[in-house]
Write a protein that binds this ligand. Structure first.
Ligand code: ACO
Length: 323
């Protein structure tokens, strides 16, 4: 059977680092409050000329270089983002052009913080269906541009960045020992829209709008939804938490990450955490964390890696893969 195997990875961050201390002079907050409630110590914020497409392009180029490929070798680009450069065309098409690619196809997926999981799931379906051989999946965001910088309950939580992987069709045996994506689990429930949304859009206000969040409500649902899709991945593959080498969660909040790992019996030494460095970068957070742990040698070829996310919509999902 055909498997979608990770052939390369890359990431890109804006130049400017903004620490919690820097935020103390902008809004009524403190380093102590932010660290205690979220684990975030700093985030990267896009400056002039840095956009979702430019960060996504840089992450894509890094992944191509890591894979020893060029854009000529790709069939498809999928970009997960909620902060596109333009309402249309898709940021994926913009990145496709920046990479000098004029064949194949490119499109965006929009599932907020779960976007990378939705993107990898879509790429895996294209590859297993024989519609594409190599897919560049990018998670790229500039949430700083949709934050209300006077709202201390949200503006301290998010950051900008991009991460990418290249998935390639390779022959597998169908066993869990295969490299590549072993299972994907997606969920959404629009009944939760008001708990985390942007209060503008082309068809409603004609404006971009700002992020609004009922933090406590999101928190209340997060651990249950995350454990639901992780247990579904274990059931689908007959694996358990003991089989995992790494959990790479969406990086929203240290307390949500620790709570989910504890509930599933996954020791914290097996959890990749980058929320302290990047803040919540929405669809970029998982590929940024993957890139960090693969580049520093923690995630090695053959490791069993579980990705999970939950975000606006609500959307949530997981991907179990062998690196
Ligand atoms: N600095 C200082 N004080 C603050 C700040 C801040 N930045 N923000 C809020 N406070 C105050 C509040 O005003 C409140 O004060 P009060 O008690 O005098 O009214 C107090 O801190 C406690 O506020 P809560 O909202 O109850 O704080 P909580 O412990 O719930 O933590 C947080 C807030 C961190 C947002 C938490 O609810 C959370 O992590 N929620 C999940 C958020 C999340 O992960 N979102 C991302 C989802 S992914 C996506 O799709 C984007």
């Amino acid at each position: 059977m055909i498997r979608s195997v990770v052939r390369g990875f890359g990431a890109a961050l804006p130049k400017q680092v903004v620490t919690n201390l820097d935020l103390e002079s902008k809004v009524d907050t403190s380093d102590e409050w932010i660290v205690q409630r979220t684990g975030i110590r700093q985030r990267y914020i896009a400056g002039e000329g840095e956009t979702t497409a430019s960060l996504g392009e840089a992450a894509g180029r890094a992944a191509l270089e890591n894979a020893g490929l060029t854009s000529a070798d790709l069939d498809l680009i999928i970009v997960a983002t909620s902060t596109p450069d333009n309402t249309f065309p898709a940021t994926a098409v913009n990145i496709q052009n920046r990479l000098g690619m004029h064949h194949g196809a490119a499109f965006d997926v929009q599932a907020v913080c779960s976007g990378f999981i939705f993107g990898v799931t879509t790429a895996d379906a294209y590859i297993r269906g024989g519609l594409a051989k190599r897919v560049l999946v990018i998670g790229a965001e500039t949430f700083s541009r949709i934050l209300d910088w006077t709202d201390r309950t949200t503006c301290v939580l998010f950051g900008d960045g991009a991460g990418a992987i290249i998935l390639e069709a390779q022959e597998g045996t169908g066993a869990n020992s295969d490299r590549g994506v072993l299972t994907t689990q997606l969920r959404s429930d629009g009944a939760h829209k008001e708990k985390l949304y942007v209060d503008g859009g082309p068809s409603t206000t004609g404006t971009v709008g700002h992020l609004r969040m009922e933090g406590r409500e999101v928190f209340k649902h997060a651990v249950g939804m995350i454990t639901d899709v992780i247990e579904a991945a274990f059931t689908a593959t007959g694996t358990t938490a003991d089989d995992l080498d790494w959990l790479v969660p969406h990086q929203a909040n240290r307390r949500i990450i620790d709570g989910s790992a504890k509930k599933l019996g996954i020791p914290l030494e097996k959890v990749v955490v980058t929320v302290d460095l990047h803040g919540n970068t929405s669809a970029a957070s998982i590929p940024l964390a993957l890139n960090t742990a693969a580049a520093d040698g923690r995630i090695k070829r053959g490791d069993l890696v579980l990705l999970e996310a939950m975000g606006g919509g609500f959307t949530w999902g997981s991907v179990l893969l062998r690196w």
